[in-house]
Design a binder for this molecule. Structure first.
Ligand code: KIV
Ligand code: ZN
Length: 528
């Protein structure tokens, strides 16, 4: 079975947020977060979800298997290198899906051929053998010549032909290092369609990285030349400068359908919610001027623009905020609002919470409404995201925090921290209240992770605004990001730090299975 679109104008959307996106340094997601994102992608109408790299770790395997079991509409794909062991493990994970796919790849450019030290003929043989093996397991096989855009054209044609003959149903052309340019991206697809026997029987995909800021343009150029699958991620998350952003290619084809006459199955009104959830769970804040989903994407600052938009919105807006699920910024609720009103407001914002989750959010909402004059949609989004981030089963949990700060240091923190379910009381001083609070955590949970990034953002305006804090830590090459929100910046900072440490524990388990990963860890073990 293939997923080749019957309609020549239909472009398949292949989302790799959970695989390539998760490879961004620090973007580690928990098991439950991956399941949630996969479900949202499926509901949004993504055609293929690349759920992970099953052989990479037990955690990846478990996530891909569970996503496969729960999948409804989307094809569920797993990644595998060009060897039988990877491919077998991948198949074990995806086989539970209604529509499974194996995606196997090997680097075909001269630089990449040199790594396994295979000459052109040996590599061609490896491609034949591995694609044949994958196809014997699964009817739906995707093959990628990694670094295709730096592979000699004749050799690229040769290996694509071999993969098609061996049974690949999708051929993906990765611009692995973001090196290509729109005209070249289109020419490669055109060349393959013209020169490779059997090219008309399979689907060509385009997979672009954004190192030169051209990932969206390169993907769309490939589609114009005949590719019918775009590989992309939410918010453009991904290795280095990221991948093609899903929201950009989808909205470009919608807004400029006059010159890009293609369709997708994406319900674009779900874009904003997914963007926010991916930003929260990955800890990657979306830059304010990011196309489509940035905070400023629909804001008009200059008087001329504001005046124009008030008179006729089309003067300065090429799409409507509602098209991506962004609603007017409004005061959401007050302290007299009830549970039913909260549930209905959250549904409108894209959150469908289970009863117990709604109860927890309601308690926090009431506390917020007591402290804050006006509770906006963005406040509720921050609050729910925070609730979904903190897990009642986490190893470290903040129970209580008091700090003494002011002009005369050192500042002091007094904390109750639960470590593996047992409450511990501690106090510490520091160079500022955040440092004092972090020192308390370090004393109760010694570790050698280095603080790489500490960022505070105000969710709305005003001195009573909630702060969302992200903290990025690095330990032995493992990078993790934690986030939290609170009207008290010190509380938000401490909880973000604890959230990052809980993720580090998960990450240690992933990379050093079997070790005691919850105690202080000074030896370098497996790679991050
Ligand atoms: O960028 C790349 O080449 C990849 C492949 C594994 C498809 O992500
Ligand atoms: Zn990639």
């Amino acid at each position: 079975m293939t997923t080749a679109p019957a309609d020549a104008a239909r472009v398949l959307i292949f989302d790799t947020t959970l695989r390539d996106g998760e490879q961004s340094p620090g973007a580690t997601m928990t098991h439950d977060e991956k399941l949630e994102i996969a479900q949202l992608l499926d509901e949004m109408g993504v055609d293929i979800i690349e759920a992970g790299f099953p052989i990479a770790s037990e955690g990846d395997f478990a996530a891909v298997s569970e996503i496969a079991r729960r999948s409804r509409n989307a094809v569920i794909c797993g990644l595998a290198r060009a060897n039988f062991k990877d491919i077998d493990r991948c198949w074990e994970a995806v086989r539970h899906a209604r529509q499974p796919r194996i995606h196997t790849f090997i680097g075909t450019s001269p630089l990449h051929r040199a790594i396994p030290n295979l000459d052109m003929d040996q590599m061609a043989q490896r491609i034949h053998d591995t694609v044949t093996h994958a196809r014997n397991l699964c009817d739906n096989v995707q093959w990628s010549p990694m670094d295709a855009t730096r592979t000699e054209p004749d050799y690229l044609c040769r290996v694509v032909e071999i993969a098609i003959k061996a049974g690949a149903t999708t051929i993906n052309i990765p611009d692995t290092v973001g090196y290509t340019y729109p005209r070249e991206s289109a020419n490669i697809i055109r060349m393959l369609l013209e020169r490779v026997p059997g090219a008309d029987t399979i689907t060509f995909a385009t997979h672009c990285h954004n190192d030169l800021g051209m990932a969206t343009a390169n993907a769309l150029a490939a589609v114009e030349a005949g590719a019918r699958q775009i590989e992309c991620t939410i918010n453009g998350l991904g290795e280095r400068a990221g991948n093609t952003a899903l929201e950009e290619v989808v909205m470009a084809m919608k807004v400029r359908n006059d010159i890009l006459p293609f369709t997708t199955g994406i319900d674009t009104t779900k874009i904003m919610h997914l963007s926010r959830r991916v930003s929260t769970v990955s800890g990657f804040v979306v830059q304010p001027n990011k196309a489509i989903v940035g905070k400023n994407a629909f804001l008009h600052e200059s008087g001329i623009h504001q005046d124009g938009v008030l008179k006729n919105v089309e003067t300065f807006e090429i799409m409507r905020p509602e098209d991506i699920g962004l609603h007017a910024k409004n005061i959401a609720m007050g302290k007299h609002s009830g549970r039913a009103a909260l549930r209905s407001k959250l549904r409108e914002l894209g959150y469908d919470l289970a009863d117990n989750q709604l109860n927890d959010v309601f308690v926090r909402f009431k506390a917020l409404a007591d402290r804050k004059k006006e509770v906006y949609d963005d406040d509720l989004i921050a609050l729910v995201s925070d609730e979904q981030t903190s897990d009642a089963h986490e190893y470290l949990q903040l129970r209580k925090l008091r700090v003494i700060c002011g002009t005369d240091g050192p500042q002091e923190a007094d904390m109750v921290l639960a470590v593996d379910g047992v409450d511990h009381h501690i106090d510490a001083t520091g160079d500022g209240p955040v440092d004092a609070a972090f020192n308390c955590v370090k004393m109760l949970f010694p570790h050698k992770a280095r603080l790489q990034v500490y960022q505070v953002h105000a969710v709305t305006e005003g001195t009573d605004a909630q702060a969302t804090v992200s903290v990025r830590l690095e330990e032995d090459g493992r990078i993790v990001t934690g986030t939290a929100a609170d009207t008290d910046t010190i509380v938000a900072s401490t909880r973000a730090y604890i959230n990052a440490l809980n993720r580090l524990i998960v990450r240690r388990q992933k990379t050093a299975p079997g070790e005691d990963v919850k105690t202080v860890h000074y030896g370098s073990t497996a790679a991050g």
